[in-house]
Design a protein around this ligand. Structure first.
Ligand SMILES: Cc1cc2nc3c(=O)[nH]c(=O)nc-3n(C[C@H](O)[C@H](O)[C@H](O)COP(=O)(O)O)c2cc1C
Length: 173
C-alpha cells in the first residue's frame, strides 16, 4: 500500500466509562493514536458539537435518547476524504451498534472507491455486527481485514497494543 494516502477517522468518548473508570483519553482514541503513530496516517476525530456528559449514567441516557429518536448529532468541522485511498475507521460499540454521530459522519461522505479498515472497542459485544452495517452504509467502499476489535479495558494494556500491532502486521502495515 506504499504511496497511498491513509487517514484514521474515529469517534471516542473520554471521562467516566464502564470497566475503565475515569479516563482522560477514550479507549478507541488510544488505538487510533497508536495507528497514527505506526502508519504516519493523518487523523480526524468525530467530535460532537454537544459534548457527551462526563458522568457515565448521564452519557448513557443521552445515547439512549439519540438512538431512540434515530438522531444524527452534529460534529465539529469535517475532513475531505477524497484525498485518501485507505481509511482506518474506529468507534466504540454503543447499544450493539454504531454511535449515532458516527452514522452522521458516514452519511455525509462519499465512500466510493475507498478501502476501509474498521476497528472498534467494546465491553463484551465484539464488533456486534457493525462491520456489516459499515458495508451497507459506506456504499462503494471495500472493507478489508476482518476488522480489529478489543475490549476497551484491554486496549489500555500492553496486550491490547500487541494485538493491534499483530493486526497491522497482518495487513502489511
Ligand atoms: C452509551 C454506551 C453504550 C454502550 N453499549 C455497549 C454495548 O452494547 N456493548 C458493549 O460491549 N459495550 C458497550 N459500551 C461500552 C463501550 O463500547 C466501551 O466502553 C468502549 O471501549 C468505549 O470506547 P471509548 O472509550 O473509545 O469511547 C457502551 C458504552 C456507552 C457509553
Amino acid at each position: 500500500m506504499s504511496g497511498q494516502k491513509t487517514l484514521v477517522i474515529y469517534f471516542s468518548r473520554a471521562d467516566e466509562n464502564y470497566g475503565v473508570g475515569v479516563v482522560e483519553q477514550g479507549s478507541t482514541e488510544l488505538l487510533a493514536k497508536a495507528i497514527v503513530a505506526r502508519t504516519g496516517a493523518d487523523e480526524f476525530k468525530i467530535e460532537p458539537v454537544e459534548k457527551y456528559p462526563a458522568n457515565y449514567q448521564a452519557a448513557i441516557e443521552r445515547a439512549t435518547a439519540e438512538r431512540n429518536s434515530d438522531a444524527r448529532p452534529e460534529y465539529i468541522g469535517d475532513v475531505d476524504i477524497t484525498n485518501y485511498d485507505t481509511i482506518f475507521f474506529g468507534y466504540p460499540i454503543w447499544w450493539g451498534d454504531l454511535p449515532m454521530c458516527v452514522y452522521n459522519f458516514i452519511e455525509k461522505h462519499d465512500w466510493n472507491g475507498k478501502t476501509v479498515i474498521p476497528f472498534n472497542t467494546h465491553e463484551g459485544s465484539g464488533n456486534s455486527g457493525t462491520y456489516e452495517t459499515l458495508k451497507d452504509t459506506m456504499l462503494g467502499a471495500t472493507l478489508i481485514g476482518d476488522g480489529f476489535n478489543v475490549a476497551g479495558s484491554v486496549a489500555r494494556t500492553d496486550d491490547g497494543i500487541k494485538r493491534l500491532d499483530d493486526f497491522l502486521s497482518s495487513l502489511g502495515r
